[in-house]
Design a protein around this ligand. Structure first.
Ligand code: HEM
Length: 418
């Protein structure tokens, strides 16, 4: 069963199946916020796996909803380009998209990616592991017992914010600013955090200024292992325009924050919804690594990535035209019943738990995937040492977005032990 309120889901299923196929439009933030997008994808996978929506706020787009088709698009960067943007939304303001390497094609993409990759290499992760563990322990030991609190704020944001501040070489006391900027990047005006695009732009100025200062410090000092130093000294990146440097900072901020944060919260939701799986995990903490992969699949923290066709191409029996927008719905590929057994179920000891599409494939496959898994693994190892149960209260508040699939807040209680 997909998660979400059952009555809403029943209504959503009725809507999805009574709407003419050609009018289906999965890219609606409200559907994701209500967690009722599932039936549309179910129908698309069955009836129109390569589907065209002619009308949308950001223009017409193709939806690719099956696992193997998504993989085929993702690994064909010669035809399906990332240049200029990787979300369905167009950037606000008249300046065009911020340049960043996730939204570039080779060769520029490749050299920039190579510049920052050492920050998340296996050797560096080994160095970071004890630090992440120490912080996870500190966060968990400071939680209230027997009292309701917001898990997203007190745990998910804290741990990922601390890790990212370390990667950037920022002082830890500035981590909440980093978290705030990350939230502002993905926030839609009028949905709580910001009211207008102008306000968003003003906050960007402050965010950019902070990182310009960090660049200036690093560029005049010997190279160190942090991301800003790597960019300031890297052959391919040291002469970047300020806007491009900032674009890459935004990429690393959002890439490193939201995704992992939402998986940490997602694990609480999934385990509360599936008490048998929670009991299995408690009985055998050796299942943590496969539980982590299963949660990353089940949550799918980035619902989609977008491409643009560089030429006309026949794909899945349809003709995609040069210039068309193509949306790869990872959230749907991860529920493809022809590739994943019982895909709507959360099963922490699946046979092949890393068979999921949440990190993408091909040249843009998530550079931080091992760091994400490491943080999830550590927080759960530390949780299980301390708390047999983290009880979710009510429904979490979901993000208003068809790109970031996650949680604004999630109330929980750690029961007092008698
Ligand atoms: C569960 C956590 C995460 C998920 C689900 C996730 C997901 C993704 C996805 C779907 C892509 C694009 C793949 C494609 O287009 O084929 C991506 C790329 C990227 N991710 Fe992650 N990510 C996660 C964690 C992280 C972390 C912790 C970092 C930072 C340290 C990070 C940094 C990046 C960067 C820099 C890229 C661009 C790579 C490129 O264009 O070559 N991600 N991620």
């Amino acid at each position: 069963m997909a998660d979400g309120n059952l009555a809403n889901l029943a209504q959503a299923r009725e809507d999805a199946y009574s709407t003419p196929l050609e009018q289906l439009n999965p890219a609606q933030p409200a559907l994701f916020q209500a967690d009722t997008m599932w039936p549309i994808f179910e129908r698309l996978r069955a009836e129109a796996p390569v589907h065209y929506t002619p009308e949308h706020e950001f223009g017409p787009y193709w939806s690719i909803s099956k696992y193997n088709d998504i993989m085929a698009v993702d690994t064909n960067h010669q035809v399906f380009s990332s240049e200029g943007g990787i979300t369905i939304a167009e950037p606000p303001g008249g300046e065009g998209p911020l340049p960043m390497f996730i939204a570039m094609d080779p060769p520029k993409h490749d050299v920039q990616r190579k510049t920052v990759s050492p920050a998340v290499s296996p050797t560096n992760l080994q160095v970071m592991e004890p630090l992440i563990r120490e912080r996870a322990a500190m966060i968990l030991d400071s939680l209230p017992i027997g009292e309701e609190f917001d898990w997203v704020d007190k745990v998910s944001k804290e741990l990922t914010g601390m890790t990212l501040a370390t990667l950037f070489g920022m002082p830890q006391e500035d981590r909440r600013r980093l978290i705030y900027w990350s939230d502002v990047v993905t926030a839609a005006p009028g949905q709580g955090l910001i009211d207008t695009i102008e306000q968003k732009m003003a906050i960007f100025v402050e965010y950019h200024a902070y990182f310009t200062e960090l660049w200036n410090q690093r560029v005049n000092a010997p190279p160190t292992g942090d991301l800003v130093s790597m960019l300031a000294h890297g052959e391919a990146t040291r002469n970047m325009e300020p806007r491009e440097y900032f674009g890459n900072i935004v990429l690393l901020t959002v890439g490193g924050n939201d995704t992992t944060r939402n998986t940490i919260a997602g694990s609480i939701l999934a385990l509360n919804r599936n008490p048998d799986q929670y009991a299995k995990l408690r009985a055998d903490p050796g299942l943590i690594p496969s539980m982590v992969s299963e949660t990353i699949r089940w949550q799918t923290p980035l619902a989609h990535m977008r491409r643009r066709a560089l030429q006309d191409i026949e794909f899945g029996g349809k003709t995609i035209r040069k210039g068309d927008k193509v949306i790869m719905w990872y959230v749907s590929g991860n529920r493809d019943e022809t590739v994943i057994d019982r895909p709507n179920d959360y099963i922490i000891d699946r046979e092949r738990p890393r068979t999921h599409i949440s990190f993408g494939f091909g040249i843009h496959r998530c550079v931080g995937n091992r760091l994400a898994e490491l943080q999830l693994k550590i927080i759960w190892e530390e949780i299980l040492k301390r708390f047999p149960m983290i009880e979710m209260i009510g429904e979490p508040k979901r993000v208003y977005s068809s790109f970031v699939k996650g949680y604004e807040s999630m109330q929980v209680v750690i029961p007092r032990r008698t």
